[in-house]
Design a protein around this ligand. Sequence first.
Ligand code: ADP
Length: 507
Amino acid sequence: MEDHKEAKQVLIVDDEKDIRDGCERILRRMGCKVFKAPRGDEGLRVLTETEGQISIVLLDLKMPGMDGMEVLKRIKEMDESILVIIITGFATIETAIEAMKQGAYDFIPKPFEPDHVRIVVGRAFEKLRLTWEAEKSERERRRTLLDLDTEKSRIRTVIESLPNGVMVTNAIGQVVLMNPAFLRQLDLDPGRTPGDQTAAYVQDTGFCELAADISHGKYSDSDEIPSYETALENGKYFQVRGKPVMGEDGECLGAVVNLVDITAMKELDRLKSEFVAKVSHELRSPLSTIHEQLALVLKEMVGNEAQDQHLLARAKEKTGGLITLIGDILDLSRIESGTIRHDPKPVHLDDLLKSIVDFLGTRAKTKEQSLVLELPESSLPTITADPMSLESIFGNLITNAINYTQEGGEITVSGDFSEEPDLGRMLRVKVEDNGFGIELRHQEKIFDRFFRVKNDKTRFITGTGLGLPIVKGLVDSLGGDIRLDSEPGKGTKFTVLLPFEAGVFTS
Ligand code: ADP
């Protein structure tokens, strides 16, 4: 039924004018729009002309011309939903009953009181209102269902066509959806159906644990979810990223796990490291030769022209810088590619620190700086680590402290133990200076390759910007951690934490 029918429009078909007018008055007071017809055929014409606007017809059965029963039949043929109320004299009550069997809605016997008409017509409108409402909500329900259906198939199409693998689990960790890319990436049968725990489809335990943790609601904050890398037997690398699916009440309904193929990236990274290693290797030997030759020439030139000597000295300095740079690049590429050869030996950390401080003390003295080593009374334990790596770590940090501290500054190196909330008991070495310090905005980039702070104080200090990345790489490879505290104008403190229990000898 159309909405426009919801206006109250009534047609009265009766040959008695008094009845037509009487009913019209009553209905108008009820807020209805009224149409009147003295004969059956005219009533039908009004219905046709008003094009479905009329929803109730008051119909007299006994009229000249077309009989009321015939009019009723025609009305029902035109529009089944029109409610026809029969107006009839007592003598024809049986006919009225017959009319109701034929589809009339109710009847009003003549003579009638205005209230009677009001009640019957009011009831008819109530019935129509309920019918319209039911039809409206049915239409809305169908539309919602259709929308949902369209939405569902749209989302499915999107997920199916994603180039990345997508797996969805429920709250108990069962896989409920895998897109074709996911099946392809894991070399699973394309017809493989979901329904089992993740471990049934993926061998990697780290992957399965991550998916299970997210599904069980371990991470309320998505930012805390670690990303995970996995290497498959087929030689492919994937980055696994997951997010929880939250319900309306904030409960975890499961997880969406996304698989990104990073094989090409990994390969590129490997090639890059390989390339850097090769180039550095190729560059270092000839440069070293030039360096040696220049040194020789310079030696033989003592007493010769001062200008030439100056130029050659500059050349020697430059080649020396290049050799350091290449050496640093080489070290870094070895550390990053994991090919650094750690040669772990028992190392007395006290002795190692003492010898570095002694060695660099001469350099500190040229800047009139004090370089002090503070050690606990009971000596530090002997740790098993690669001494070259340890020398490189502390050598770099102390050299930096000397370089980036003004003349007459103070540098303190100290060793002790520390109970770290996240790492447990660790060996701690601090390299502290009261030098230039590092601005907060530079602090997060300080371990990036080639990063150097450029300001009036550092402009004339030579360096490669690779020292700290090397230090960080080495500390990481030893299973330790490095932390920085610094304030411009006040000084800098680097704290190196090394695993205490792993590799400790009691000497
Ligand atoms: P390099 O010393 O060769 O420039 P590094 O990687 O060792 O490279 O250090 C990067 C930058 O960090 C330095 O250029 C310097 O600006 C800053 N820096 C390092 N150590 C200190 C320190 N102790 N005090 C102040 N600045 C420092």
